[in-house]
Design a protein around this ligand. Structure first.
Ligand SMILES: Nc1ncnc2c1ncn2[C@@H]1O[C@H](COP(=O)(O)OP(=O)(O)OP(=O)(O)O)[C@@H](O)[C@H]1O
Length: 362
């Protein structure tokens, strides 16, 4: 029987190229430079986890540990670099910084998000007033979102997300900017979602909120999944880590962070793939080459290359040559067959016959 889950990640990584100029980025896309001097930063270094229907899972970790990267991959906002991602159901993400189009008004954003979620105009109209009432931002609903305060953006984002009836609700730090009344309203709504058996992912720095809302918790630490399990256990371990970290001297703390970041810069994806292939081989009793093949498929099977492959470069070059050839044929006035058999004719165009006394060229 197929495993019942809502979200499954296997060996998910995310790499960012830290380009210094636009030129570097362009060159890299066309694979024109060896790109060796562009630093690569691995925001996620191989995350595997499974989340079941009806679970509410907290995601905790220090700043920059990869929490938003992971939630954005799950909600389909950004692609993973390697690994398997399977999300069963509609997701809706509420994040302080994501989701709303700044140039559109609140109302237009309601329509846009509704349509993106697959709702019809009638369905959007049916929930529009509830969203406006829940967000409670008054006349600002007709103003562009760029004029909103961060609290107002968060209110609207949250109101839209919970009213478009997603299967999976991802809340990324969205509760930290609202006032107390709104916060309580959000908690009630989240609890309502929980009783309806919906799946919730709750990214937060507030351990209290995580303890209050989440059955399980994942601790992401500098791109790794350091721990996942019962919320109390994970939150306590994290608190212990934070307390120990605070006891370190300033130099020790900075050293620790530098070392961790360096590991993210030096992450060896090929080495990681080999390590996973070994584990897969052992777990499934596969021959080495079979395990390597299966792992390669797991890593890259559903990932589109972000850079141009050699094959696509050749295809584009061939297409360009064909286009230039036809442009010359068209201008020259010779037939295609003649131009193919004797391309030099392209250098001697046939000019149209002129009437009157004008001179005629061959
Ligand atoms: N577009 C990007 N280009 C380069 N690096 C990025 C990009 N987006 C994120 N990162 C880096 O990836 C790492 C993880 O970022 P992410 O936003 O996922 O962390 P986080 O745990 O959500 O942090 P916070 O708690 O501060 O919100 C950070 O070091 C960040 O600088």
């Amino acid at each position: 029987m197929a495993e019942e889950y809502k979200i499954k990640l296997k060996n998910v990584t995310k790499e960012y190229d830290l380009y210094r100029t636009k030129n570097e980025k362009l060159k890299s896309f066309f694979n024109l430079s060896k790109n060796s001097d562009v630093p690569h930063f691995w925001s996620l270094k191989g995350i595997s986890l499974t989340i079941h229907k009806g679970e509410s899972v907290g995601i905790i970790g220090v700043n920059g540990s990869g929490k938003s990267t992971m939630s954005n991959i799950i909600s389909g906002i950004i692609p993973q670099t390697t690994g398997f991602v399977d999300v069963r159901g509609d997701t809706s993400i509420v994040a302080i910084s994501a989701g709303l189009k700044r140039s559109l008004t609140g109302l237009e954003n309601i329509r846009l998000k509704g349509l993106m979620q697959g709702l019809t105009f009638e369905e959007i109209d049916a929930v529009r007033d509830d969203i406006i009432e829940f967000a409670d931002i008054g006349d600002f609903i007709d103003q562009p979102v760029k004029d909103y305060s961060s609290g107002m953006r968060s209110r609207l984002g949250f109101a839209i997300a919970v009213h478009i009836n997603p299967d999976i609700l991802i809340i990324d730090e969205a509760l930290s900017v609202g006032d107390d009344t709104f916060y309580q309203k959000c908690l009630d709504k989240i609890n309502e979602f929980k009783t309806e058996g919906k799946t919730i992912l709750f990214v937060s720095h507030s351990l209290k909120q995580v303890e209050m809302l989440c059955d399980r918790t994942a601790w992401i630490h500098f791109g790794d999944l350091r721990m996942i399990g019962n919320t109390e256990e994970v939150v306590n371990a994290y608190r212990q880590f934070s307390a120990d970290f605070k006891k370190k001297t300033k130099a020790e703390r900075s050293n620790y962070q530098k070392t961790k970041k360096q590991l993210q810069l030096n992450f060896d994806i090929k080495g990681y793939e080999q390590k996973v292939a070994k584990e897969v081989g052992q777990a499934e009793g596969l021959e080495e080459h079979e395990a390597q093949k299966a792992t390669h498929k797991l890593f890259y099977g559903e990932v589109l290359p972000s850079k141009m492959t050699t094959a696509s470069k050749w295809i584009i070059l061939a297409a360009l040559i064909v286009m230039v050839f036809f442009a010359f044929v068209s201008v020259s006035g010779h037939s295609v067959t003649k131009s193919i058999t004797d391309p030099t004719v392209l250098l001697h165009p046939v000019y149209p016959k002129t009437t009157g006394t004008g001179q005629q060229f061959k």
